[in-house]
Design a protein around this ligand. Structure first.
Ligand code: C2O
Ligand code: CU
Ligand code: CU
Length: 564
């Protein structure tokens, strides 16, 4: 009887143990050159008990699909906003024209189709897209808007690396959330870890080398990554692609906006299991996640604690499994400090130190709160620059810049560790630290549309810890004499599925906006390719207006058309 009872207890115990994990969700994939992304409010069962949580998702309920693109391809995005709110979608890490960037200026009103496109210039790596509407970023990211963008190229494809998405090449989107009556609280720190939107996530891995593409998509928390058996893991890529050779570490502190790709070797380990954890008990104070606030707006259950990110159950090996870590990956050509034509300093300040600007809790860059009408810096096209991030803030801020990938030159004057010697677009600048990076601002000059730089803690960004710069081409003479309206016609009349813009020089068309009779924006086409006309099949029948912006003068001309 006693042994029966014990047996029963053991069974029940193992049942509860099993029940404590949920299967890691792997986002769907989209491939090709045209991507349809629909942003919608939705709901999802995130907590195991009770009501579903109201969420927002892209082609789904929470988070979005993983987009696979090839370097060199021109990709077209059809971003349809079916939310009740205005939003933007920013292609974090992509090198593209500012007007396609999806920052706070490229607003997408509800029921609007935004159609940016660009030629993929980035190296193979893990990038992401997310909303960037000023003062609404934290709110919209909290609800679940975002997705991964994975670039492939010939160099990466030629390496013996795990590359089977969802099997041995695993995306890990890290974030945390708090709930009230099962609904998300919009707070900087959550009480529960979510890995790919799943609490207590578990993944069944084959016994071989596994690649994880880790994105910190949290609002404020950094995660001090490590494995429960203390094993070495190998960093193969930073934000902007492969590092020269794998760098073995046992901990890596990943901050909001940052990505790393890592390898772990599970060959010969079938039947065992390990945990990927955040060892945040050892993270210093004044780094997001390294603090334990007992109460107030920053209080949370995970502060300064170690907690699980992913339970990894190692099963059988796949045939043709990769069982060793490569020695070398690529040969990056980084910029040398000597090639820079100037050093630009960006100060980080606690507003408490700047009287009469802000409340006591906000942080600012360049001693100025973000102003969407103010251009903080003008960068000449093709400039190579050193940006010096000089923090007098007490807190650590993950600084992010649009347009470019940079190379870190120094932290407080000293060389950076090997695991930071790669292409990056986010760098954690710790309290009172000075960090220098170098970048080249090539390809895209546009005096009208700025790029952003900001703290990637979305709370800080929304509160104004952001600035903007334009890249300008001094040899481009803007024709200020031309005041004549841009003349064009819309054909055919009436139109069904396509309209053609008939004008003297289609290359002079900078931006097209299609509005309905009430002035509501329905489609936005930055720098449209007009050779094949414009697909208007998504519009209902009715009367519309085409607003066309001239490239040189930035003047707008309007024509009416009928869709039948
Ligand atoms: Cu990931 Cu300006 O953002
Ligand atoms: Cu970005
Ligand atoms: Cu910050």
């Amino acid at each position: 009887m006693k042994s029966k009872l014990t047996f029963l207890t053991i069974c029940l115990f193992s049942l509860t143990l099993k029940a404590q994990y949920n299967r890691l969700w792997i986002p769907d994939t989209l491939t090709g050159k045209t991507f349809n992304l629909t942003l919608k409010d939705s709901f999802k069962q995130i907590l195991s008990k009770g009501n579903t949580t109201t969420t927002s998702g892209i082609n789904g309920a929470f988070w979005g699909p993983t987009l696979f693109v090839n370097k060199g391809d021109t990709v077209h995005m059809n971003v349809k906003n079916k939310l009740n709110d205005t939003t933007t979608i920013h292609w974090h890490g992509m090198h593209l024209p500012a007007v396609m960037d999806g920052g706070p200026h490229q607003v997408i009103p509800p029921n609007t189709l935004w159609q940016p496109y660009w030629k993929v210039a980035n190296n193979a790596g893990t990038y992401w897209f997310h909303p960037h509407l000023h003062e609404m970023t934290m709110d919209q990211i909290t609800k679940g808007l975002g997705g991964l963008l994975i670039v492939r190229d010939q160099i990466e494809s030629a390496l013996a690396l795990p590359r089977t998405y969802g099997v041995d090449d695993i995306p890990l989107i890290l974030t945390d959330r708090s709930f009230t009556s099962n609904q998300f609280k919009v707070v900087p720190y959550g009480d529960s870890m979510l890995t790919n939107g799943v609490m207590r996530a578990q993944f069944n891995a084959p016994a071989q080398v596994i690649r994880f593409r880790v994105l910190n998509a949290a609002i404020e928390r950094s995660y001090n990554l490590g494995f429960s058996d203390g094993r070495t893991f190998y960093i193969i890529a930073t934000d902007g692609g492969l590092v020269d050779k794998p760098v073995g570490v046992t901990r890596f502190l990943i901050s909001p906006g940052e990505r790393i790709e890592i390898l772990i070797n599970c060959a010969g380990q079938s039947g065992t299991s390990i945990d990927l954890k955040a060892y945040n008990s050892t993270v210093s104070n004044f780094i997001g996640g390294g603090e334990n606030f007992p109460n107030g707006p920053f209080a949370n259950a995970l502060g300064k604690k170690d907690f699980n990110i992913l339970n990894i159950k190692i099963g059988a090996a796949n045939s043709k499994a990769i069982t060793s870590i490569p020695n070398t990956l690529t040969t990056n050509q980084f910029l040398s400090a000597a090639s820079a034509s100037l050093t630009r300093t960006i100060t980080f300040t606690d507003s408490a130190g700047v009287p009469n600007i802000l409340g006591p809790n906000a942080f600012i860059l360049g001693r100025k709160m973000f102003d969407i009408k103010y251009i903080n810096h003008t960068v000449p096209l093709n400039n190579t620059e050193i940006w010096e991030l000089k923090s007098s803030s007490i807190f650590a801020h993950p600084f992010h810049i649009h347009d470019v990938e940079f190379y870190l030159l120094s932290r407080n004057g000293a060389a950076v560790p090997a695991y930071e010697q790669g292409w990056k677009d986010v760098v954690l600048v710790k309290g009172k630290e000075t960090v220098q990076f170098i970048a080249k601002f090539d390809d895209f000059a546009d005096a009208t549309h700025p790029f952003m730089y900001h703290c990637h803690i979305s709370l800080h960004e929304d509160e104004g810890m952001m600035g903007q710069f334009v890249v300008t081409n001094p040899t481009n003479k803007i024709n200020t004499l031309s005041t004549a309206a841009f003349e064009f016609k819309v054909m055919p009349v009436p139109a069904t599925d396509r309209i053609n813009i008939v004008c003297a020089d289609p290359n002079e068309v900078y931006y097209i906006t299609i509005t309905d009779q009430l002035g509501r924006t329905k489609m936005m086409l930055p720098q449209p390719d007009l050779r094949n006309g414009i697909d208007i099949s998504s519009l209902a029948t009715g009367i519309y207006f085409v607003q066309l912006m001239d490239k040189a003068t930035k003047q707008i001309s309007i024509q009416k058309f009928i869709k039948s």
